[in-house]
Write a protein of this length. Structure first.
Length: 306
């Protein structure tokens, strides 16, 4: 518990700040193998890349290259110069976990290098909707191949398998599994040891989210490596399926707190005037004080909607 508290004290991931529209300078993380590479090895020929925004997961066999998520254009360019220093490579498969700009805005940089691009079928419309809502000019760069609930392809020796289980963080969240490496990109279905961003304007559902986390937890094993869109600075952006149940427990506590408040006649504003959930200090993050109030407001809206 002490170490977990230290994680919380160490501050917040850049991704969470970006969701709130804040910006700050970030140095590239140190790689596992080479001191100056931003590519961090995970298992086999796969690894992660962090810059600003949602984590990129990559597979690089030497021949084949698979990329999940693209960050913002700056991050996409930094990733591309690290993975393809001579610029002559092709991406065999480029996938989106969901539509948020910190995961898809870099499509403008990476899609021209991609032979195939894949997303859940709601993602392109959600990308366009988000750009309109946030006043971003230009055309959304979207994936070419769309799937409804399940998609699978072989790339070299690896099988890539994606599922959509229904609304959770958005209404287009893909869970993407690399079968041989046994690595799953959860997108933003896990904010590792952080409160969540619940995008109701994109069809989010807290009840659905709890269900997805339990489904995916059952689907994989303790040896599966999970990669998350965002993580507390100390806890990081990868882990095991146990993290999924921590996120689930956060939502259960969130709904419980909010439901009790509604039953007692407390207003949404009064309920949202908290910085951490009662009985759930693990998820309190001193670097993101507005997160729990936003989560409570989203829970209130979901619990009181017709
Ligand atoms: Zn997101």
């Amino acid at each position: 518990m002490t170490s977990r508290r230290n994680f919380i004290k160490s501050g917040i991931g850049a991704g969470a700040l970006l969701i709130l529209g804040a910006r700050r300078g970030m140095s590239l993380p140190q790689a596992a193998g080479t001191a100056d590479s931003p590519l961090k090895g995970l298992r086999g020929n796969m690894g992660t890349f962090e810059h600003q925004g949602g984590t990129i997961l990559w597979l690089d066999s030497g021949d084949e290259l698979v990329v999940v998520d693209t960050q913002f254009p700056d991050g996409a360019r930094a990733f591309w110069s690290a993975i393809a220093p001579k610029g002559e490579r092709k991406i065999d498969l480029l996938m989106n976990t969901h539509h948020h700009g910190d995961h898809t805005a870099g499509m403008s940089v990476l899609k021209p290098h991609a032979l195939r691009s894949v997303a859940q079928k709601n993602v392109p419309d959600l990308q366009r909707q988000q750009m309109k809502q946030s006043g971003v000019k230009g055309e959304a760069v979207t994936a070419d191949e769309l799937f409804e609930t399940e998609w699978k392809a072989a790339v070299g020796k690896e099988n890539v398998h994606a599922w959509y289980y229904g609304p959770a963080h958005t209404s287009g969240d893909a869970v993407i599994h690399f079968e041989h490496a046994d690595i799953v990109h959860m997108g933003d279905l896990v904010f590792n040891l952080l409160p969540a961003y619940i995008d109701r304007s994109a069809g989010a559902s807290i009840f659905g989210w709890i269900d997805r986390l339990e489904t995916v937890h059952k689907q994989f094993s303790d040896s599966t490596i999970f990669v998350y869109g965002h993580g507390n600075t100390g806890a990081g952006i990868s882990g095991t399926r146990a993290d999924l149940l921590v996120m689930r427990d956060f939502f259960t506590a969130l709904l419980d707190y909010t439901q009790k408040g509604i039953a007692a006649g407390t207003s949404k504003d009064d309920l949202a005037r908290i910085e951490k959930l009662p009985g759930f200090p693990e998820h309190f993050n001193e670097g993101w004080l507005t997160a729990v109030p936003m989560n409570v407001a989203a829970a209130y809206e979901e619990l009181t909607e017709e």
